[in-house]
Design a protein around this ligand. Sequence first.
Ligand SMILES: [Zn+2]
Length: 142
Amino acid sequence: MNLRFSCDMMLFDLVRWLRFLGYDTEYSRYRRRDKNRIYLTTNKKLKDAIILEHVSLEEKLITLEKYFKIIENANPFSRCSVCNVVLENAVKDDIEKLPPFVKSNFDTFKKCPKCGRLYWKGSHYENMVKFIKELFPDLFNF
Ligand SMILES: [Zn+2]
């Protein structure tokens, strides 16, 4: 999981997906602020960047899989989609404010050490996995 991305502001939908898949992904207003990151942009004038102009989310993911195997090497449920930091395991008994339905139906929880947001594999997670599985039926095994 050494791939790190930087996306221009137009690619906000992609940032959420890359973080969901486990990749360290930042927004960047300027090109290549961090040279250790792969720069993804909608600006076709830029060089040394992956251009993802006027294509659907599906096409963006297919392009990135082709270049970087982002689906094959994905590690979903490992990174906060808001803060971009790696999630920590959380023990259910230590979590006070879980809705009763969640507490009785899920056993695995993760917590963002930065914002405190809790993650579990509920309908939101399942919908994202379903979307990826339909797009990459042979690659995604979660
Ligand atoms: Zn967070």
